[in-house]
Design a protein around this ligand. Structure first.
Ligand SMILES: [Zn+2]
Length: 471
């Protein structure tokens, strides 16, 4: 009998002699599997439903999990036999476990002639990585029908982020050469981007719900960041809140390497529906999250230019700490130790960077709509911050100090409209920017695409909730 596991829908198809084929559906991922080709996907994958299946809340579903179909398929078996004659390799894979030996692994991978291979590995310095056998790493072996090795791959560095959208993985490959000996080389591969969908209902906490839905933590954190201007997550989350999410994963050969970004999100909290999509107009603009109406979800101004601090002096009239006269305080003072990083509260362009009498070392940024911000008394200005330079929101611009007229280390922060200081704590700031009219059409078509997917997900979610309650 020969078996084949579908990598996507977890179906095992067994080809028996006597013209029979058995199909079993598994609940869990197979660690070791035999299949005919690396990228084989069974014919049940014509529908993308496998994605939903995996992310469905298991406890909510009926327990019947094994499907068994048996039928005669003369033609199909014939084709498989023919494939075998073409000497296509059998590929086995396994994950290194704690305490594993190379011999044990090779046996698991059904490789024969183990002594010869082990001898080669022991004598060759280029095979160092496979001798370490790190638990959790993947090993694959391609063999012929009799277990003779065609190649062995040890994925020693499954995740290496090269600061692009892709992830690199590195592996060692030992291959049988024409002289019936072995050759060894290091190989590099790029991850493939896969898109996943998931949904869930909050029963105790957000992380419990996303965990249940098989969503990686990195994606959950992104979800909370994306909607942070709409939902105060620790405070506002209620039991019964629902979410649906479409996100990217970085995969290599069926192995999870890392998470990408959230592409679309719906979150129903307190009976209010929030939504978001990632939009970069096919990389023509700097990407960001927008709601379905095209409003940016990014706040135009951050609440504060430093992360942990307290306000020591607010905007308005006060006795000047050095001159002891009543003056207008044109900004807000935040007390923080010398060296605390200062971040740009909004994106803009550097208008001034350097020394100004009372302000000491100061940076002035010019923003959209005649807004500008000022950050004074710095101990050090970041070397990248000079006149004319573009800065993004949250970018480091310098460090807290007490240069100029200051009695102690603090940040003096000013917000100005048309160069007139206003109170940053009380003024109503523009909350979001609309999507640019020139790209509105592209944006709308993207929204329509994701909306349709969300409605489909919602339908599945509603069905699964119905099943859970009717049990
Ligand atoms: Zn001040």
């Amino acid at each position: 009998m020969c078996c084949m596991n579908c990598r996507l829908c977890y179906i095992t198809i067994s080809f028996h002699k006597r013209n029979k084929i058995t199909i079993k559906k598994h609940d869990e991922h197979f660690l070791a599997s035999t299949y005919l080709d690396n990228n084989i996907i069974c014919f049940f994958c014509a529908t993308p439903l496998y994605m939903f299946k995996r992310n469905t809340n298991k406890s909510d579903l009926p327990q019947s999990k094994i499907l068994r179909i048996e039928q005669s398929l003369f033609d199909y078996e014939h084709r498989i036999l023919k494939t075998n004659e073409d000497n296509l390799p059998y590929i086995n894979e396994t994950i290194v476990k704690k305490g594993d030996t190379l011999r044990g692994i090779l046996q698991r991978l059904r490789v024969t002639n183990i002594d010869k291979l082990q001898n080669f590995i022991a004598k060759n310095t280029e095979t160092n990585s496979i001798r370490k056998l790190l638990p959790g790493r993947q090993i694959q072996a391609a063999t012929d029908l009799n277990g003779n090795l065609i190649w062995l791959r040890y994925l020693h560095t499954p995740y290496y982020n090269n600061n692009s959208d892709q992830v690199i993985c590195k592996y060692l490959q030992i291959a049988t050469n024409k002289e019936c000996s072995y050759s060894v080389c290091e190989k590099t591969n790029y991850s493939e981007r896969q898109i996943r969908v998931a949904f869930g209902v909050i029963k105790s906490s957000l992380f419990e719900a996303t965990d249940h839905a098989g969503i990686p933590n990195f994606i959950t954190i992104q979800m909370t960041n994306i909607l942070s201007t709409k939902i105060d997550f620790p405070r506002d989350i209620r039991i019964g809140d629902q979410f649906r999410v479409i996100y990217e994963l970085q995969m290599y050969n069926g192995l999870y390497l890392g998470s990408g970004k959230v592409l679309a999100l719906e979150f129903k909290s307190n009976d209010r529906m929030h939504n978001a999509i990632w939009f970069d107009d096919d990389r023509k603009i700097e990407g960001g999250y927008y709601n379905f109406n095209g409003d940016s979800l990014k706040k135009t101004f951050l609440r504060s230019a430093i992360k942990f601090s307290r306000i020591s002096s607010t905007f308005g009239k006060r006795v000047h700490p050095i001159r002891k006269t009543i003056v207008d305080h044109k900004g807000v003072d935040y007390v923080a130790p010398t060296g605390t990083p200062i971040y740009a509260t909004a994106e803009g362009v550097v208008e001034f960077s350097g020394w100004q009498n009372g302000y000491g070392k100061v940076v002035i940024l010019k923003h959209f709509n005649k807004y500008s911000t000022l950050y004074a008394h710095q101990s050090r200005i970041d070397p990248k911050i000079h006149k004319g330079k573009k800065v993004s929101q949250g970018q480091l611009i310098g460090y807290v100090g007490s240069t100029g007229w200051a009695t102690g280390p603090h940040l003096h922060y000013e917000l100005r409209i048309n160069n007139k200081p206003v109170d940053p704590l009380s003024i109503k700031l523009p909350t979001s920017k609309k999507i640019d009219a020139s790209i509105q059409k592209n944006f709308n078509s993207k929204v329509e695409f994701y909306k349709e997917q969300m409605r489909f997900l919602e339908k599945l979610q509603t069905e699964s909730i119905k099943i859970a309650y009717s049990k």
